[in-house]
Design a protein around this ligand. Structure first.
Ligand code: NAD
Length: 366
C-alpha cells in the first residue's frame, strides 16, 4: 500500500510517500536521480532496528551508501552532533553531489536537514521519518535546526527535502508514549484546520486500536501531511498562516522549559498547550464550553497529560513564554482555535488577561 502526496512549492516541490514496508531505494531514485553517494544520518536507537534494512534497499537501487550514527536524544541536538555529521561527510570524501538521508525521529530529521542545508553550502536530502511525530509534522515543511544552550532550535534554516518517505511499519517498535506524543500533533491538525478530521479522530483515536490498524494509521498520517503541505505551500517561511501550526506550542514550550527539556515529551507539552489555548479561547468567546470539553476529552483519550505540572504558576508561564521565538514586538503571539477546525494568531492578549485565565485554570484543576 503506497499513498503519495505532493508539497507544492514550485521548483522546490517534493513528494511524500506513506505506506508499509516502503522500497526506499526505488522511491529515492526518483527524488535523487543523479545522487549516487548517500549519507544516512541516524541514531543509536534507530540504527540497530532499521539501518541494515535501509542500507540494503538503497544499495540495491544503486546508491553508494555511507552512514553516521549519532547519540539518541534531544540533549544531543547540538553543534557537536552537527559537527559529527560534517566530519563523517568530509572523511567519506563526499562532495556537492552527495545527498543526505535522515533516518529517525524529529531530532535526527532536524539535524540532518540543517547539515544538508550547510554542507558545501547546501546538498539535497530526504526524510525517512520513523516516529509518528516526525511522520505527521517535522519531516514535512523544511524547518531544520539544532539547539543552542540558550534556547531550543535557535540555529537553523528553512531548507526543503527532496522527498519524504514514511514507512508506518516503523511504528511497531515505537514506544507507546511516543505514539501518544505524536497524537498531540495529529489532534492539532483537526483543531486548527479540519473539523471533519477532528470528528474522525474522536471515532478512531483509541491508541491500542490505532496501533493495530494500519489502514487507519495511513489515513490519519496522510490527512496530517496533506494539511501541513497545504499550509506550508501557502506560507513557506511562516510570515502568516503557517503560524497556526504552532497551536499549543507557546504554552507547551513553557512547560518543557519549566520541567527541564525532555521531562515531558514535546507532543505531551503541546497536548496540554492546546488545552490551555482552547481554555483561553473559550474565555474570549471563540470556543464554546462543549467544544472545549471535546478537545480536552480527545487529548485525554490519547493518553496525554491534561494538567499543569504541580507548582507551576501563571507567572512561570509568562516568564518562560517571553523567551519564545514567537514573541514579536514585545507581544506574545497566541494561536487560538476559533471553534473546531479553524484558528488564528492573536497578538492582543495582555499578560494580565493570560495570567487571569491561567490562574483560573490552575484553580479549577486543583
Ligand atoms: N522541523 C519541524 O517542523 C519540527 C516540528 C515538530 C518537532 N520538531 C522537532 O522534532 C523533535 C521531536 O521529534 P520526535 O518526537 O520524533 O523525537 P525523537 O526524534 O527524539 O524520537 C523519539 C524517540 O524515539 C526513538 N525512535 C525513533 N524511531 C523509532 C522507532 N521506529 N522505534 C523505536 N524507537 C524509535 C528515538 O531514537 C527517540 O528516542 C524535537 O527536537 C522538535 O524540536 C521539528
Amino acid at each position: 500500500m503506497l499513498e503519495t502526496l505532493q508539497v507544492d512549492l514550485k521548483d522546490r516541490s517534493y513528494p511524500i510517500y506513506i505506506g508499509l514496508n516502503l522500497a526506499y531505494g526505488e522511491l529515492l531514485q526518483k527524488a535523487l536521480p543523479q545522487k549516487r553517494e548517500l549519507m544516512i544520518v541516524t541514531n543509536d536507537t534507530v540504527a540497530p532496528l532499521y539501518l541494515d534494512k535501509t542500507r540494503a534497499s538503497l544499495s540495491a537501487a544503486g546508491f553508494q551508501v555511507h552512514h553516521v550514527i549519532l547519540k539518541d536524544g534531544e540533549s544531543y541536538k547540538t553543534v557537536d552532533s552537527y559537527m559529527q555529521i560534517m566530519t563523517a561527510l568530509i572523511e567519506a570524501g563526499l562532495s556537492r553531489d552527495c545527498a543526505l538521508a535522515a533516518l529517525g525521529g524529529g531530532v535526527v530529521g532536524d539535524m540532518a536537514g540543517f547539515a544538508a542545508a550547510t554542507f558545501m553550502r547546501g546538498v539535497p536530502y530526504v526524510q525517512l521519518p520513523t516516529t509518528l511525530l516526525a511522520m505527521v509534522d517535522s519531516s514535512v515543511g523544511g524547518k531544520t535546526a539544532i539547539n543552542h544552550p540558550l534556547g531550543k532550535n535557535m540555529v537553523g534554516a528553512f531548507y526543503q527535502p527532496k522527498a519524504v518517505a514514511a514507512d508506518l511499519q516503523a511504528l511497531d517498535t515505537l514506544p507507546r508514549r511516543e505514539i501518544a506524543a505524536g497524537m498531540g500533533e495529529v489532534i492539532k491538525y483537526g483543531i486548527i484546520y479540519d473539523a471533519e478530521f477532528f470528528a474522525y479522530l474522536e471515532q478512531h483515536a483509541d491508541l491500542s486500536a490505532l496501533i493495530a490498524d494500519k489502514a487507519h494509521l495511513i489515513a490519519m498520517v496522510k490527512r496530517c501531511c496533506a494539511i501541513k503541505a497545504e499550509v506550508v505551500a501557502q506560507d513557506e517561511r511562516e510570515g502568516g498562516i503557517r503560524a497556526i501550526l504552532n497551536l499549543g506550542h507557546t504554552f507547551g514550550h513553557a512547560v518543557e522549559a519549566y520541567l527541564g527539556f525532555g521531562t515531558w515529551l514535546h507532543g505531551e507539552a503541546v497536548g496540554l498547550g492546546m488545552i490551555l489555548a482552547s481554555y483561553l479561547a473559550m474565555h474570549r468567546g471563540l470556543v464554546s464550553r462543549e467544544q472545549y470539553q471535546r478537545i480536552c476529552a480527545l487529548i485525554a483519550r490519547c493518553e496525554l497529560p491534561v494538567k499543569i505540572p504541580d507548582g507551576m504558576t501563571a507567572d512561570d508561564f509568562l516568564r518562560l513564554m517571553r523567551h519564545d521565538k514567537k514573541v514579536k514586538n514585545g507581544a506574545i503571539r497566541y494561536v487560538l482555535p476559533q471553534g473546531i477546525g479553524r484558528s488564528a494568531v492573536y497578538s492582543d492578549i495582555s499578560d494580565a488577561e493570560a495570567a487571569a485565565v491561567l490562574t483560573q485554570f490552575i484553580k479549577e484543576q486543583a
